[in-house]
Unconditional design. Structure first.
Length: 207
């Protein structure tokens, strides 16, 4: 990414790649199960924050770590990463699967979170706004649930996506059901969500 510094860190023997730019309070973004769309949207955040965009182990440019078997392992991975970087607290933003991960991180390590923004968090259920079980949807029907105009996805199809798609099953996801939230979060936990310009406002701590 132009304007971002590519850093490689080793966390418990696993090499992970992280892109960093900006000045100010640290902002850690946790991506979803797919990263083929890139992180261009985060560029504006660098005006106010030191933005950190890591690939989870097993995703994108980071090495895989078969030993990481559930979402708690990923939570502890980021605890260890922050410790290695000597960062005590961060503004935490999570999207989709990353929103699920960010919520778990915040529930278990709230003392390390300055502000939390969840954008379309997977697995956090709200009875008034039920989430579609995407694992039960036939593949040919998925594009219609992602976007109204499929043309916007064509630049990211097959050959463009390449290795940026996750390389193994997403932890905590049970086929035929919603993500396993574990004992620290109830199955009907409601969570704040944001999208579009609202997501930018939440992530940047603006009204």
């Amino acid at each position: 990414m132009e304007g971002f510094q590519r850093e490689v860190h080793t966390v418990n023997g696993v090499k992970i790649v992280m892109y960093v730019a900006g000045e100010g309070q640290p902002l850690l973004f946790l991506h979803g199960a797919g990263t083929f769309h890139g992180f261009e949207f985060a560029r504006k955040w660098t005006r106010n924050f030191r933005v950190m965009l890591p690939y989870h182990p097993g995703f994108g440019e980071s090495d895989d770590c078969p030993e990481m078997g559930d979402i708690h392992d990923y939570v502890m991975h980021y605890v260890d990463l922050l410790d290695a970087l000597a960062i005590e607290k961060v503004n935490l933003v999570g999207f989709s699967l990353g929103g699920f991960l960010a919520a778990r991180f915040a529930s278990e390590h709230s003392h390390r979170v300055i502000k939390l923004a969840l954008v379309g968090p997977a697995g956090l259920r709200d009875r008034e706004n039920p989430m579609t079980d995407v694992l039960a949807v036939p593949p040919d029907q998925l594009p219609g649930l992602l976007v109204e105009n499929f043309e916007v996805l064509k630049p990211y199809s097959s050959d463009r996506a390449g290795p940026r798609l996750h390389r193994r099953p997403v932890p905590g996801i049970h086929h035929g059901g919603a993500p396993d939230l574990g004992p620290s979060m109830g199955s009907e936990t409601a969570a704040p969500t944001a999208s579009g310009e609202d997501a930018d406002a939440v992530a940047l701590g603006r009204e």
